[in-house]
Design a protein around this ligand. Structure first.
Ligand SMILES: [Zn+2]
Length: 334
């Protein structure tokens, strides 16, 4: 297993650096959105990305707090308008020039590829060979690393929740890159507001236990607390009971799957590749992506892995796009 959870809390500051240096966020778009120049995109309009630190309700859309003319609330939506999962990819509505400008703004060489429309019927998913539990059967939630599909898509998943970078939410929204969060309550650390904002922007919040333990080392009752209490917390704070559960470190046993099923979990997605700001780690010997692969990464900051969340996204999107894949929404397929 490749995951290396470190369990430290995110620093409150120390992030910094917008793509390409501390430019006003609207500089690039202003060239295209001529009418916007001099309004929300004027320089000196306020804070820079990365200087906002922790707070419960990040000002998504413009780090300076002012509405940014031309791209309020992400591509193709009005400010404050929530994303509707399962719809057509919003970037499909934007011109190639605007998509190129958004990519450049965030330091990507190429715009993300546009995912195809999600399948009308979700594929039937079974447990990957070699990932079965002793004494298990087909009634347990399936454990898998790749979603069966011929679409040239991969899925981005982010675990734990220690780093809460407002710039990440803005970047993913503007570039329209879907991702799914797997939260562990002790590193969310009562900062539910950050993930409420992520949820409003279309991120599904899933279960990754209360305290991130090695589950097979726990009793049935202890595992039940870790898994089912986290179901309750997510439902209480975010209004939706998770359907997906990921065991810490990818370690589980039959009790894990029985308990997860008992409190509403339908599937247990693991991962086939793990993304870091400076590299990928692969499960398969071919060290490549495959249609339907699930990519794991984490909410981590500079202190934990030497890069910001936006550095991480730039790195993983370069790999994904260069290899000809689009990122699709996991919950549209699972
Ligand atoms: Zn984890």
């Amino acid at each position: 297993m490749t995951t290396k959870w470190r369990g430290s809390f995110a620093p409150d500051s120390g992030r910094g650096g917008s793509p390409g240096g501390h430019r006003p966020v609207c500089t690039v778009l202003a060239a295209l959105l001529v009418a916007a120049v001099g309004s929300g995109c004027a320089s000196g309009s306020g804070g820079q990305p990365g200087d906002t630190g922790h707070r419960d309700r990040p000002a998504v859309g413009h780090p300076g707090g002012e509405p940014a003319a031309g791209h309020p609330g992400g591509p193709g939506r009005r400010a404050g308008e929530a994303r509707v999962p399962g719809g057509v990819h919003e970037n499909a509505k934007l011109s190639p020039a605007v998509r190129a400008a958004l990519a450049k703004k965030w330091g990507l060489e190429k715009p993300p590829l546009i995912a195809p429309r999600p399948p009308a019927v979700k594929p039937r998913i079974t447990t990957r060979e070699g990932f079965e539990v002793e004494g298990g059967d087909d009634s347990l939630p399936p454990v898998f690393t790749t979603v069966p599909t011929r679409d040239r898509v991969v899925f981005l998943t982010m675990d734990d929740g220690s780093e809460k970078d407002p710039e990440l939410l803005q970047m993913m929204d503007e570039l329209d890159i879907p991702y799914s969060a797997f939260l562990s309550d002790h590193v969310v650390n009562n900062n539910y507001g950050y993930f409420s904002e992520a949820q409003r922007l279309g991120v599904t919040l899933n279960n990754h236990t209360l305290t991130h333990p090695y589950l097979p080392g726990l009793s049935y009752a202890e595992q039940e607390r870790e898994i089912c209490d986290e179901q309750e917390i997510i439902e209480k704070w975010f209004g939706k009971r998770p359907r997906l559960f990921r065991p810490p470190y990818g370690n589980y046993n039959r009790d894990t799957l029985r308990i997860a099923k008992s409190c509403g979990v339908k599937a247990v997605p693991l991962w086939n590749a793990e993304a870091f700001p400076d590299r990928m780690e692969w499960r398969e010997e071919d060290e490549d992506l495959h249609p339907g692969d699930i990519i794991l990464t984490h909410f981590r900051g500079r202190a934990e892995w030497g890069g910001s969340m936006t550095d991480l996204v730039r790195a993983v999107m370069k790999t994904v796009t260069d290899r000809g894949y689009a990122v699709a929404r996991l919950e549209d397929y699972v």
